[in-house]
Design a protein around this ligand. Structure first.
Ligand code: MG
Length: 255
């Protein structure tokens, strides 16, 4: 079901967006060589408590998950790209880390993700992150009243293709509201001019994620972490946005 939010409700969603943005910024600052993924999760958990927010992840138990997630943060390193279950791992020189965080504040959810490299980066990793970020910006720019979901998908897919990257269609963006995942699904590739017409009040997470040399994935034996089939690295960028008469409003914009 597609739910549209009133301008008042979109205003009410801003604190969640600001909070999620502040956690993503703090994580990006803390992530470094020698930092344990469990420390990042603990920091996000502390910030949730301090804010009086609610984690969208800790009790999350969808059909594809083996058990409730149990952490408040996804940390995906190198060949892991989505749903990375934090574990006892110390970040190493040149690791590519994607963090994905969603929380509810005042009953409204925001969802955002960011990829960074810790220590000295490989140029190809910086390029992958830059391409993913450009796809996110291009997708957001297409989220205007009168366009269709397919215009967002096609915009993202075009950026991937022009960089020589494949696109996996299994996981993509989604409606955001009282809960983390709602309709519509926003695939990271598609046909312009197709799909749901975008109307003011539609709030969605747009989240391109790409792998260096494959679009095939598998689920790690932890039951959650999604990895590339060929061991190549991945990047993931996500914002929660509202479609408005004044254009796309990025609720999770970082300062
Ligand atoms: Mg997310």
């Amino acid at each position: 079901m597609i739910e549209l939010r009133t301008p008042t409700q979109i205003e009410q969603m801003r604190p969640a967006g600001r909070f999620v943005a502040s956690v993503i910024s703090a994580l990006a600052e803390k992530a470094d060589v020698g930092v344990n993924l469990l420390e990042l999760d603990a920091m996000a958990h502390d910030m949730i408590r301090a804010e009086g927010a609610e984690s969208c992840y800790i009790d999350y138990h969808p059909s594809f998950g083996a058990m409730p997630f149990g952490k408040v943060l996804c940390t995906s390193v190198n060949e892991a790209v989505l749903h990375g279950l934090p574990f006892d791992y110390v970040l190493q020189e040149g690791d590519l880390l994607s963090v994905d965080f969603a929380a509810s504040v005042d009953g409204w959810v925001a969802d955002s993700a960011l990829s960074v490299v810790v220590g000295t980066p490989r140029q190809e990793d910086l390029d992958l992150i830059a391409t993913t970020d450009r796809a996110l910006a291009t997708g957001i720019a297409a989220a205007t009243v009168g366009n269709r979901v397919g215009d967002i998908s096609a915009a993202i897919g075009d950026v991937a293709r022009s960089a020589g990257l494949g696109v996996n269609l299994q996981f993509g963006g989604h409606g955001v509201g009282r809960t983390m995942h709602g309709d519509p699904h926003i695939a990271n590739d598609g046909r312009a001019g197709r799909g749901l017409k975008l109307r003011p009040g539609l709030v969605i997470a747009i989240e391109p994620w790409f792998l260096h040399t494959t679009d095939e994935i598998y689920i790690d034996k932890d039951g959650w972490t999604i990895k590339s089939s060929d061991g190549s690295r991945g990047a993931h960028m996500e914002h929660t946005i509202a479609v408005t008469d004044d254009g796309p409003l990025v609720l999770t914009a970082r300062g």
